[in-house]
Ligand binder design. Structure first.
Ligand code: FES
Length: 276
């Protein structure tokens, strides 16, 4: 099969998460492909609109819910704008899964703290739901989620669901000024909210994704709390095109984000060339 030949997908559902973030729930049109398809939390795909091109997003739904895959995106360019014009029942393309994965097996028996800002919750959500679907195999689960404003919080229905669970500690925050009169969560920037929440680093992995500035200021907080760089994981997106190590578009020095990543530890990120 041609490496770049996409699977045909049917749009089953469209969810508007925020004024500018949309989620598509997709199923494979070919039943045999659907049955054989497998992926791991952290992997990504190339999503296409015929005649327009492809765009790279993580798979936001967990591998434990294999009847469909979901992707979430902002309409920022030609392909994402075209994606926004599609309707339920329409056909689009998907290639993947590509890239490495979060170390779920290593995390088993340990606690996990998830930290996400804005649409950075999409890749983190995949791991969160993967962990929650196997909840008995993990210790404490803490989820810290931030956005600029209440209306910018993605997956509000998920946040509500996680917030109701007594085996999950959920801390949601919005930037100062982004709160509404009925907002009951925290008001503050993610790094200071993480510091205040102070998750214990004992036997614990951290998974973090969000805007670069959020990651930049949250990493030192995790270090201060006692998380070693080897147990802090993040995921990068870097000008991907082919998704599978062929085009040379995604490299940072000698590292190919599409093949060696997109999941990296903080220790690995510190080894990347300074331009990153
Ligand atoms: S996206 Fe083509 S080599 Fe990584």
């Amino acid at each position: 099969m041609n490496l770049y030949q996409p699977y045909l997908m049917r749009i089953e559902e469209i969810i508007d998460e925020t004024p500018d973030v949309r989620t598509l729930r997709l199923t494979f049109k070919d039943q045999q492909v659907a049955e054989q398809f497998a992926f791991a939390a952290g992997q990504f795909g190339e999503y296409s609109v015929f005649g327009e091109g492809e765009s790279t997003f993580c798979i936001a739904s967990p591998p434990t819910r294999s009847e469909y895959i979901e992707c979430s995106f902002k309409a920022t360019g030609r392909v994402t704008k075209a994606l926004r014009r599609l309707n339920v029942g329409d056909t689009m393309g998907f290639r993947g899964p590509y890239g490495n994965r979060f170390p779920l097996d290593d995390m088993k028996g340990k606690s996990v703290v998830f930290i996400a800002g804005g649409i950075g919750l999409a890749p983190v959500r995949c791991v969160i739901e993967n962990v929650l679907d196997l909840r008995g195999e993990f210790k404490d689960v803490t989820i810290i989620v931030g956005a600029r404003s209440v209306s910018d919080l993605v997956y509000k229905h998920k946040l509500e669901e996680w917030g109701k669970r007594d085996d999950v500690r959920l801390v949601a925050c919005v930037d100062p000024g982004g709160q509404t009169p009925d907002w009951t969560g925290e008001v503050g920037f993610v790094p200071s909210v993480v510091e205040k929440a102070a998750p214990s680093p004992d036997d614990c992995y951290a998974v973090i994704c969000g805007p670069p500035v959020m990651i930049k200021y949250t990493m030192p907080v995790l270090t201060k709390l006692g998380f070693p760089d080897e147990r802090i994981y993040t995921t990068l997106e870097n000008r991907m095109k082919c998704g599978c190590g062929k085009c040379g578009r995604c490299n940072i020095g000698s590292v190919y984000v599409c093949k060696d990543g997109p999941v990296f530890t903080a220790a690995e990120i510190k080894q990347l060339p300074p331009e990153f």
